[in-house]
Design a protein around this ligand. Structure first.
Ligand code: NDP
Ligand code: PYC
Length: 338
Protein backbone atom coordinates (compact mmCIF):
# COMPACT_ATOMS: atom_id res chain seq x y z
CA UNK A 1 0.00 0.00 0.00
CA UNK A 2 1.16 3.56 -0.74
CA UNK A 3 1.07 4.56 2.91
CA UNK A 4 3.28 1.67 3.98
CA UNK A 5 7.06 1.64 4.12
CA UNK A 6 9.21 -1.35 4.98
CA UNK A 7 12.35 -0.84 6.99
CA UNK A 8 14.66 -3.57 8.29
CA UNK A 9 15.14 -3.97 12.04
CA UNK A 10 18.86 -3.16 11.70
CA UNK A 11 18.21 -0.04 9.62
CA UNK A 12 15.62 1.23 12.09
CA UNK A 13 18.03 0.55 14.95
CA UNK A 14 20.75 2.60 13.21
CA UNK A 15 18.36 5.48 12.57
CA UNK A 16 16.93 5.60 16.10
CA UNK A 17 20.34 5.32 17.70
CA UNK A 18 21.63 8.16 15.50
CA UNK A 19 18.65 10.33 16.49
CA UNK A 20 19.45 9.87 20.17
CA UNK A 21 23.17 10.41 19.73
CA UNK A 22 22.46 13.62 17.83
CA UNK A 23 20.22 14.71 20.70
CA UNK A 24 23.06 14.35 23.16
CA UNK A 25 22.70 10.84 24.58
CA UNK A 26 26.05 9.11 25.01
CA UNK A 27 26.57 6.26 22.51
CA UNK A 28 26.05 3.56 25.19
CA UNK A 29 22.84 5.18 26.43
CA UNK A 30 21.61 5.84 22.88
CA UNK A 31 22.20 2.19 22.01
CA UNK A 32 20.31 0.84 25.05
CA UNK A 33 17.35 3.18 24.60
CA UNK A 34 17.17 2.64 20.83
CA UNK A 35 17.33 -1.12 21.40
CA UNK A 36 14.15 -1.26 23.54
CA UNK A 37 12.28 1.18 21.29
CA UNK A 38 13.12 -0.76 18.12
CA UNK A 39 12.28 -4.04 19.87
CA UNK A 40 8.86 -2.59 20.73
CA UNK A 41 8.28 -1.56 17.13
CA UNK A 42 9.59 -4.91 15.83
CA UNK A 43 7.14 -6.76 18.11
CA UNK A 44 4.32 -4.44 17.07
CA UNK A 45 3.94 -2.94 20.54
CA UNK A 46 3.15 0.45 19.08
CA UNK A 47 2.63 2.14 22.47
CA UNK A 48 6.28 1.49 23.34
CA UNK A 49 7.85 1.61 19.89
CA UNK A 50 9.05 4.62 17.89
CA UNK A 51 6.12 6.58 19.31
CA UNK A 52 8.28 6.86 22.46
CA UNK A 53 11.14 8.70 20.70
CA UNK A 54 9.30 11.99 21.03
CA UNK A 55 8.84 11.60 24.80
CA UNK A 56 12.51 10.73 25.25
CA UNK A 57 13.60 13.76 23.19
CA UNK A 58 11.21 16.00 25.16
CA UNK A 59 12.67 14.97 28.52
CA UNK A 60 16.19 15.37 27.10
CA UNK A 61 15.37 18.86 25.85
CA UNK A 62 13.90 19.75 29.25
CA UNK A 63 17.17 18.72 30.88
CA UNK A 64 15.32 16.27 33.13
CA UNK A 65 17.33 13.18 32.20
CA UNK A 66 21.08 12.77 32.40
CA UNK A 67 22.21 12.09 28.80
CA UNK A 68 25.63 10.74 29.70
CA UNK A 69 24.79 8.93 32.94
CA UNK A 70 27.03 5.96 33.59
CA UNK A 71 25.17 3.35 35.65
CA UNK A 72 26.97 2.60 38.91
CA UNK A 73 26.78 -1.04 39.96
CA UNK A 74 26.86 -1.73 43.69
CA UNK A 75 27.28 -5.44 44.32
CA UNK A 76 28.21 -6.44 47.86
CA UNK A 77 27.99 -10.13 47.04
CA UNK A 78 24.57 -10.49 48.70
CA UNK A 79 21.13 -11.29 47.29
CA UNK A 80 20.27 -7.65 46.58
CA UNK A 81 22.27 -5.98 43.82
CA UNK A 82 21.84 -2.27 43.20
CA UNK A 83 22.50 -0.12 40.19
CA UNK A 84 22.24 3.65 40.36
CA UNK A 85 21.03 4.98 37.01
CA UNK A 86 22.15 8.48 38.05
CA UNK A 87 19.07 10.17 36.64
CA UNK A 88 19.52 8.46 33.28
CA UNK A 89 17.19 6.10 31.44
CA UNK A 90 16.49 2.75 33.13
CA UNK A 91 17.52 0.56 30.19
CA UNK A 92 21.31 1.15 30.29
CA UNK A 93 21.19 0.53 34.05
CA UNK A 94 19.44 -2.82 33.58
CA UNK A 95 21.95 -3.97 30.98
CA UNK A 96 24.85 -2.81 33.17
CA UNK A 97 23.62 -5.01 36.02
CA UNK A 98 22.12 -7.96 34.16
CA UNK A 99 25.13 -10.28 34.22
CA UNK A 100 25.65 -9.76 37.95
CA UNK A 101 21.96 -10.47 38.60
CA UNK A 102 22.07 -13.66 36.53
CA UNK A 103 25.23 -14.89 38.25
CA UNK A 104 23.82 -14.20 41.74
CA UNK A 105 20.48 -15.88 41.00
CA UNK A 106 22.29 -18.98 39.73
CA UNK A 107 24.53 -18.98 42.79
CA UNK A 108 21.85 -18.45 45.45
CA UNK A 109 18.58 -19.38 43.71
CA UNK A 110 17.06 -15.94 44.25
CA UNK A 111 18.44 -12.46 43.64
CA UNK A 112 17.00 -8.98 43.29
CA UNK A 113 18.08 -6.02 41.22
CA UNK A 114 17.24 -2.55 42.49
CA UNK A 115 17.47 0.19 39.86
CA UNK A 116 17.72 3.58 41.54
CA UNK A 117 16.97 7.05 40.22
CA UNK A 118 15.99 6.23 36.65
CA UNK A 119 13.58 7.51 34.04
CA UNK A 120 11.38 4.65 32.95
CA UNK A 121 9.43 4.78 29.71
CA UNK A 122 9.64 1.27 28.34
CA UNK A 123 7.74 -1.98 28.33
CA UNK A 124 9.01 -4.43 30.94
CA UNK A 125 9.09 -7.57 28.82
CA UNK A 126 12.64 -6.75 27.68
CA UNK A 127 13.97 -7.42 31.18
CA UNK A 128 12.14 -10.66 31.85
CA UNK A 129 12.82 -12.04 28.38
CA UNK A 130 16.54 -11.35 28.78
CA UNK A 131 16.49 -13.28 32.08
CA UNK A 132 14.42 -16.15 30.65
CA UNK A 133 17.10 -16.52 27.95
CA UNK A 134 19.46 -17.25 30.83
CA UNK A 135 17.14 -19.95 32.21
CA UNK A 136 15.72 -17.75 34.99
CA UNK A 137 12.18 -16.96 36.04
CA UNK A 138 11.65 -13.31 36.92
CA UNK A 139 9.30 -10.55 37.97
CA UNK A 140 9.81 -6.92 37.01
CA UNK A 141 7.82 -3.93 38.24
CA UNK A 142 7.96 -0.18 38.66
CA UNK A 143 5.70 2.69 39.72
CA UNK A 144 4.63 5.34 37.23
CA UNK A 145 2.57 8.54 37.66
CA UNK A 146 -0.45 8.68 39.99
CA UNK A 147 -3.33 8.83 37.50
CA UNK A 148 -5.21 5.82 38.91
CA UNK A 149 -7.67 5.65 41.83
CA UNK A 150 -7.66 2.71 44.23
CA UNK A 151 -10.78 0.50 43.99
CA UNK A 152 -13.55 2.18 45.96
CA UNK A 153 -11.77 5.55 45.92
CA UNK A 154 -11.86 8.45 43.51
CA UNK A 155 -8.56 10.30 43.97
CA UNK A 156 -5.63 9.40 41.67
CA UNK A 157 -3.01 7.82 43.91
CA UNK A 158 -1.63 4.77 42.14
CA UNK A 159 0.40 4.63 38.95
CA UNK A 160 -0.39 2.61 35.85
CA UNK A 161 2.22 0.38 37.54
CA UNK A 162 3.31 -2.32 35.08
CA UNK A 163 4.30 -5.81 36.16
CA UNK A 164 5.93 -8.48 34.00
CA UNK A 165 6.73 -12.15 34.53
CA UNK A 166 9.05 -14.36 32.53
CA UNK A 167 9.50 -18.16 32.59
CA UNK A 168 12.05 -20.05 30.46
CA UNK A 169 10.85 -22.56 27.89
CA UNK A 170 12.84 -25.12 25.90
CA UNK A 171 12.07 -23.47 22.54
CA UNK A 172 13.20 -20.07 21.28
CA UNK A 173 10.51 -18.07 23.10
CA UNK A 174 9.74 -17.93 26.83
CA UNK A 175 6.42 -17.54 28.63
CA UNK A 176 6.05 -13.80 29.29
CA UNK A 177 3.25 -11.55 30.39
CA UNK A 178 3.60 -7.83 30.82
CA UNK A 179 0.80 -5.40 31.55
CA UNK A 180 -0.17 -2.15 33.19
CA UNK A 181 -2.36 -2.53 36.28
CA UNK A 182 -4.73 0.16 34.99
CA UNK A 183 -7.55 -1.00 32.70
CA UNK A 184 -6.10 1.01 29.82
CA UNK A 185 -3.06 3.16 29.22
CA UNK A 186 -3.53 6.89 29.72
CA UNK A 187 -2.48 7.40 26.12
CA UNK A 188 -5.54 5.40 25.01
CA UNK A 189 -7.82 7.91 26.74
CA UNK A 190 -5.89 10.76 25.14
CA UNK A 191 -6.41 9.15 21.70
CA UNK A 192 -10.17 9.00 22.32
CA UNK A 193 -10.13 12.65 23.38
CA UNK A 194 -8.39 13.67 20.16
CA UNK A 195 -10.76 11.56 18.08
CA UNK A 196 -13.82 12.93 19.92
CA UNK A 197 -14.97 9.41 20.77
CA UNK A 198 -16.20 8.15 24.16
CA UNK A 199 -14.04 5.78 26.17
CA UNK A 200 -15.48 2.37 27.11
CA UNK A 201 -17.29 2.10 30.43
CA UNK A 202 -15.12 0.95 33.32
CA UNK A 203 -11.96 2.80 32.33
CA UNK A 204 -12.28 5.87 34.53
CA UNK A 205 -14.28 8.03 36.93
CA UNK A 206 -14.76 11.81 36.82
CA UNK A 207 -13.40 14.09 39.54
CA UNK A 208 -16.50 13.39 41.70
CA UNK A 209 -15.91 9.65 41.45
CA UNK A 210 -18.77 8.99 39.03
CA UNK A 211 -18.22 6.51 36.17
CA UNK A 212 -17.60 8.36 32.92
CA UNK A 213 -17.16 7.66 29.21
CA UNK A 214 -16.11 11.28 28.53
CA UNK A 215 -12.34 11.35 27.88
CA UNK A 216 -11.98 14.92 29.19
CA UNK A 217 -13.77 14.04 32.42
CA UNK A 218 -11.66 10.91 32.71
CA UNK A 219 -8.38 12.79 32.27
CA UNK A 220 -9.58 15.31 34.84
CA UNK A 221 -10.70 12.51 37.18
CA UNK A 222 -9.03 9.16 37.73
CA UNK A 223 -8.30 6.01 35.77
CA UNK A 224 -9.32 2.64 37.21
CA UNK A 225 -7.34 -0.53 37.87
CA UNK A 226 -8.10 -3.78 36.03
CA UNK A 227 -10.04 -6.40 37.98
CA UNK A 228 -11.47 -3.92 40.52
CA UNK A 229 -10.04 -4.63 44.03
CA UNK A 230 -7.67 -7.28 42.67
CA UNK A 231 -5.83 -5.00 40.26
CA UNK A 232 -5.94 -2.27 42.89
CA UNK A 233 -4.14 -4.54 45.36
CA UNK A 234 -1.52 -5.60 42.78
CA UNK A 235 -0.93 -1.98 41.88
CA UNK A 236 -0.56 -1.13 45.57
CA UNK A 237 1.96 -3.96 45.89
CA UNK A 238 4.00 -2.44 43.06
CA UNK A 239 4.01 0.93 44.88
CA UNK A 240 5.13 -0.77 48.11
CA UNK A 241 7.80 -3.06 46.65
CA UNK A 242 9.23 -0.87 43.87
CA UNK A 243 8.65 2.47 45.64
CA UNK A 244 8.40 2.42 49.44
CA UNK A 245 10.65 -0.60 49.96
CA UNK A 246 13.43 0.79 47.76
CA UNK A 247 13.20 4.28 49.24
CA UNK A 248 12.49 5.55 45.72
CA UNK A 249 9.54 7.65 44.56
CA UNK A 250 6.06 6.20 44.61
CA UNK A 251 3.81 7.33 41.76
CA UNK A 252 2.40 10.38 43.56
CA UNK A 253 5.85 11.61 44.57
CA UNK A 254 7.09 11.03 41.01
CA UNK A 255 4.26 13.18 39.64
CA UNK A 256 4.88 15.94 42.20
CA UNK A 257 8.64 15.84 41.54
CA UNK A 258 8.29 16.19 37.76
CA UNK A 259 5.60 18.86 38.14
CA UNK A 260 2.99 17.04 36.01
CA UNK A 261 2.71 14.14 33.63
CA UNK A 262 4.09 15.81 30.50
CA UNK A 263 7.57 14.35 30.99
CA UNK A 264 8.65 10.77 31.68
CA UNK A 265 8.49 9.66 35.31
CA UNK A 266 11.58 9.39 37.50
CA UNK A 267 11.63 6.67 40.16
CA UNK A 268 13.14 3.24 40.82
CA UNK A 269 12.46 -0.27 39.56
CA UNK A 270 12.66 -3.77 41.03
CA UNK A 271 13.53 -7.00 39.25
CA UNK A 272 13.45 -10.37 41.02
CA UNK A 273 15.29 -13.27 39.40
CA UNK A 274 14.74 -16.90 40.43
CA UNK A 275 16.56 -20.02 39.31
CA UNK A 276 13.92 -22.77 38.86
CA UNK A 277 16.59 -25.50 39.00
CA UNK A 278 17.65 -24.42 42.49
CA UNK A 279 14.09 -24.37 43.79
CA UNK A 280 13.22 -27.79 42.31
CA UNK A 281 16.48 -29.53 43.15
CA UNK A 282 15.25 -31.58 46.13
CA UNK A 283 12.06 -32.59 44.34
CA UNK A 284 13.96 -34.50 41.69
CA UNK A 285 11.60 -33.10 39.06
CA UNK A 286 12.53 -30.88 36.15
CA UNK A 287 10.70 -27.56 36.71
CA UNK A 288 10.90 -26.57 33.06
CA UNK A 289 9.43 -29.88 31.89
CA UNK A 290 6.69 -29.60 34.54
CA UNK A 291 5.95 -26.06 33.40
CA UNK A 292 5.71 -27.25 29.81
CA UNK A 293 2.91 -29.63 30.76
CA UNK A 294 0.80 -26.67 31.83
CA UNK A 295 1.78 -24.30 29.03
CA UNK A 296 1.20 -26.86 26.27
CA UNK A 297 -2.13 -27.82 27.87
CA UNK A 298 -3.20 -24.17 27.75
CA UNK A 299 -2.23 -23.92 24.09
CA UNK A 300 -3.80 -27.32 23.51
CA UNK A 301 -7.20 -25.84 24.38
CA UNK A 302 -6.75 -23.29 21.63
CA UNK A 303 -6.08 -20.54 24.17
CA UNK A 304 -3.29 -18.18 23.28
CA UNK A 305 -0.39 -17.59 25.63
CA UNK A 306 0.57 -14.02 26.46
CA UNK A 307 3.32 -12.68 24.17
CA UNK A 308 2.43 -15.08 21.34
CA UNK A 309 1.11 -12.18 19.29
CA UNK A 310 4.38 -10.36 19.94
CA UNK A 311 6.53 -13.32 18.97
CA UNK A 312 4.59 -13.77 15.74
CA UNK A 313 5.01 -10.08 14.93
CA UNK A 314 8.72 -10.36 15.74
CA UNK A 315 9.28 -13.31 13.40
CA UNK A 316 7.51 -11.46 10.59
CA UNK A 317 9.47 -8.24 11.17
CA UNK A 318 12.78 -10.09 11.24
CA UNK A 319 12.09 -11.84 7.95
CA UNK A 320 10.13 -9.16 6.09
CA UNK A 321 11.03 -5.91 7.84
CA UNK A 322 9.00 -3.51 9.96
CA UNK A 323 6.02 -1.78 8.39
CA UNK A 324 5.82 1.94 9.13
CA UNK A 325 3.34 4.48 7.85
CA UNK A 326 4.39 7.43 5.71
CA UNK A 327 3.68 9.68 8.69
CA UNK A 328 5.98 7.60 10.90
CA UNK A 329 8.76 7.69 8.28
CA UNK A 330 8.33 11.45 7.93
CA UNK A 331 8.58 11.82 11.69
CA UNK A 332 11.86 9.87 11.71
CA UNK A 333 13.13 12.20 8.96
CA UNK A 334 12.14 15.24 11.04
CA UNK A 335 13.90 13.90 14.15
CA UNK A 336 17.04 13.27 12.07
CA UNK A 337 16.95 16.75 10.55
CA UNK A 338 16.70 18.50 13.94
P1 NDP B 1 -1.75 -5.34 26.94
O1 NDP B 1 -3.11 -5.34 27.53
O2 NDP B 1 -1.59 -4.89 25.54
O3 NDP B 1 -1.10 -6.78 27.06
C1 NDP B 1 -0.89 -7.36 28.30
C2 NDP B 1 -0.32 -8.76 28.20
O4 NDP B 1 -1.39 -9.65 27.94
C3 NDP B 1 0.70 -8.99 27.10
O5 NDP B 1 1.68 -9.90 27.57
C4 NDP B 1 -0.16 -9.57 25.97
O6 NDP B 1 0.56 -10.38 25.05
C5 NDP B 1 -1.14 -10.39 26.75
N1 NDP B 1 -2.41 -10.57 26.08
C6 NDP B 1 -3.18 -9.63 25.47
N2 NDP B 1 -4.28 -10.20 24.97
C7 NDP B 1 -4.22 -11.51 25.29
C8 NDP B 1 -5.08 -12.62 25.05
N3 NDP B 1 -6.22 -12.50 24.39
N4 NDP B 1 -4.68 -13.84 25.50
C9 NDP B 1 -3.54 -14.00 26.17
N5 NDP B 1 -2.69 -12.98 26.41
C10 NDP B 1 -3.04 -11.76 25.99
O7 NDP B 1 -0.78 -4.50 27.90
P2 NDP B 1 -0.99 -3.08 28.59
O8 NDP B 1 -1.69 -2.14 27.67
O9 NDP B 1 -1.54 -3.27 29.94
O10 NDP B 1 0.55 -2.63 28.72
C11 NDP B 1 1.28 -2.34 27.55
C12 NDP B 1 2.72 -2.09 27.87
O11 NDP B 1 2.86 -0.88 28.57
C13 NDP B 1 3.41 -3.16 28.75
O12 NDP B 1 4.52 -3.62 28.01
C14 NDP B 1 3.87 -2.41 29.99
O13 NDP B 1 5.11 -2.83 30.51
C15 NDP B 1 3.95 -0.98 29.47
N6 NDP B 1 3.80 0.00 30.52
C16 NDP B 1 4.92 0.62 30.99
C17 NDP B 1 4.81 1.55 32.00
C18 NDP B 1 6.03 2.20 32.55
O14 NDP B 1 5.91 2.97 33.49
N7 NDP B 1 7.21 1.95 32.05
C19 NDP B 1 3.52 1.92 32.58
C20 NDP B 1 2.43 1.18 32.04
C21 NDP B 1 2.56 0.27 31.02
P3 NDP B 1 0.86 -9.83 23.55
O15 NDP B 1 1.86 -8.73 23.71
O16 NDP B 1 1.38 -11.02 22.80
O17 NDP B 1 -0.45 -9.34 22.99
O1 PYC C 1 1.95 3.19 28.97
O2 PYC C 1 1.15 4.19 30.78
C1 PYC C 1 2.11 3.88 30.01
C2 PYC C 1 3.48 4.33 30.36
C3 PYC C 1 3.83 5.24 31.32
C4 PYC C 1 5.21 5.32 31.28
C5 PYC C 1 5.63 4.46 30.31
N1 PYC C 1 4.57 3.85 29.76
Amino acid sequence: MADQHIISVDRLMNRVQAIFEKSGLSPDNAHAVAHVIVAGERDHCKSHGIYRIEGCLRVLAAGKVSPDAVPQLQDSGKAVIEVDAGGGFSNPAFYAAKDALVARARETGLAALVIRDCLHFSALWHDVEALAEEGLASLSMCPSYSFVAPAGGKEPLLGTNPIAFGWPRPGPTPYVFDFATSVAARGEIELHRRAGTPIPEGWAVDRDGNPTTDPDAALDGAMLTFGAHKGSAISTMVELLAGAMLGEFMSKEALDFMGGGALLPRHGALILALDPQTFAKRSGRDPIAEGEKLLTAISGQGARLPSERRFTARAKALSEGIVLTAAEMAQLDRFEAK
